[in-house]
Design a protein around this ligand. Sequence first.
Ligand code: 0X9
Ligand code: ZN
Length: 434
Amino acid sequence: MRIFVVTFLFFSAVSAKHEQYAGWKSYYVGPSTTAELKLVGVLKAQYDLDFISNPAVGREGVVVLSPDLQEPVTKALNDAGISHRVHVEDLKTAFDVDDENIERQARVTLARNGGKRMPYDNYQEIEVIDNYLEEIAEKYPETVTLVNPANSYEGRPIQYLKISTTNFEDESKPVIFIDGGIHSREWISPPTVTWAIHKLVENVTEPDLLEKFDFILLPVVNPDGYKFSFTTTRLWRKTRSTDQSQISPMCPGVDGNRNFDFFWNTVGTSSIACADNYGGSRAFSEIETRVVRDILHEHLERTALYLTMHSFGSMILYAWGHNGTLSNNALNLHMVGVGMAEAIDELSLPHFPRYRVGNSFLVLNYGASGASEDYAHAIGIPLAYTYELPGLSIGLQGFILDPRYIEQVCKETWEGLVAGIRMAGELYDGVIDP
Ligand code: 0X9
Ligand code: ZN
């Protein structure tokens, strides 16, 4: 009887978790011309649409629609002749299925190896990632330093690793800075950063990298949002601060990737606290973005490459993202971007989309100001990119990238990183002029 009650409570807790998505659906939207893509951009702004995967010309994106938006948005797409079809019929059920998959996989992992430190067959809670960073720093004190420059709004540590053979003292070495998890729901992002740590210290196959470069690796910029996306609202994107405006206690959080001081609060961002792309009450209102800003400035004169990991879309994007103009370094940005994409594509699975490389406004066809890669480039980091990692579950039941592909994405992304880091080294060997 007791087992029955416990089982019943467990399942009702699981299925009650995603109640807020009852009646929600997601749709593929596939613009086939630039004009159609532009129109999708107009609809996005008009209805404040939440694209969890961005479309490009000839490449479908995915938009999630609450029940009240389904009729007007599909009608507008129909009227414009823009191809669309249902992606997930019932979001709540899909999230429940994802939870069950993750739970099942967690049990398998535990049974198989007693809880390996950082498994890549599942998405990991923030505590597991923090433990991993702490353990790596303890185990490799010669090269690894754990830094906790600040705590998040809700008091979680924002932690990163500095990895260097000279404790960052050889100032002739270029610095590589990679962050992840600024958008909390993009769960595939943090493992690609911890995988880079794994490849730099635990399973070294490219020893030249640590010889020539210093690394800063910050897997989860936004630990509060990340936690909240596990416990409560799967599609949570923002931070969790409640001190931004009068309505912030009701509508917490700021979009970290609209909060940087680069044409802040001008394009593709909202000044309404409840919006998913709310830019905050001022640039750098968030402790989480201030941490990234301070790292960028600390080693500005020798940071050659900054990468920020997002999902989904299989894209490598660069400045300027607010208006589609190109920076003076556009040729190098494009060359290195293509080099990274080619390296990834070589290892990619046949049913994963090929990477696209370009100016973020032109590839996505929507402008967004206040993004971290634009800020990094604007202050003088010569190579700065947003990665949109591959997703979603392809032909499978769940909503997210199936956990069985996490390791694949980590491995192929690592190939891209290696190519990009080496090219950055050739271009900016001690001669960065911010
Ligand atoms: O909109 C974003 O912040 C990024 N896409 S996501 O789906 N991960 O939210 C794209 C950012 C592109 N970069 C700039 N606009 N500068
Ligand atoms: Zn993102």
